[in-house]
Design a protein. Structure first.
Length: 198
């Protein structure tokens, strides 16, 4: 999956302390300095290496996770990367409950999240299955593909994403650095990640 253009979500406090701490390269994801939002220059990302180290995700960590499926009351995700850590982690299952998804009431979580989307989230509780939150404005969708054609979706405003190819729109809980992340992993299993695509 690749991002396109300067489609970042502007003016939502992305420059707040702690929000731009992440390295330019995080696991299989890459933060693109060409997009809108604070620059990540000076993070020393190119100087960091894993050195064979690992660390388990824990409460307080910011992570990138892939939505696997969505029910009315919760979404199950796979936690793939810790934003502030450049070495690989063991993939973990996580849950985003509807009460932790947004700062306002969500009747049906499928109204804002869809399988295949990449979310920025914070771990609030550890365990074999992690509990995650996307309530604050810096959390939510950071990468999304169109459910109709699979093309990259751009941020239109007011938490609306629009497909640059077919024009399909989807409202969601969009993170303030949407458009600044791209996925480096090639040859993805598109049918598994985007079951709604034909």
């Amino acid at each position: 999956m690749t991002g396109g253009g300067s489609t970042g979500k502007k003016g939502l406090g992305c420059g707040s302390p702690g929000h731009d701490r992440g390295a330019d390269r995080t696991g299989q994801f890459e933060r693109r300095s060409s997009c809108s939002g604070p620059s990540s220059e000076g993070t020393g990302a190119d100087d960091l290496s894993s050195g064979g180290s690992t660390r388990e995700p824990e409460p307080g960590d910011d992570v990138l996770c892939r939505v696997e499926y969505v029910k009315k009351d919760y979404a199950e995700v796979t936690v793939e990367t810790m934003i502030d850590v450049v070495f690989p982690i063991r993939e973990r299952t996580g849950i985003v409950a509807s009460t932790d998804a947004s700062d306002h009431y969500i009747e049906d979580l499928s109204d804002i999240y869809r399988p295949g989307q990449i979310l920025r989230a914070k771990i609030v509780k550890g365990g074999e299955v992690l509990s995650l939150t996307t309530r604050l404005e810096e959390y939510g969708i950071v990468i999304a593909e169109c459910h109709n054609c699979g093309s990259y979706m751009e941020y239109k405003g007011d938490d609306v994403l629009v497909c640059h190819l077919c024009g399909a729109e989807k409202k969601g809980k969009v993170a303030c650095d949407y458009g600044r992340w791209s996925e480096k992993k090639p040859n993805i299993d598109r049918k598994r990640r985007f079951p709604y695509c034909r």
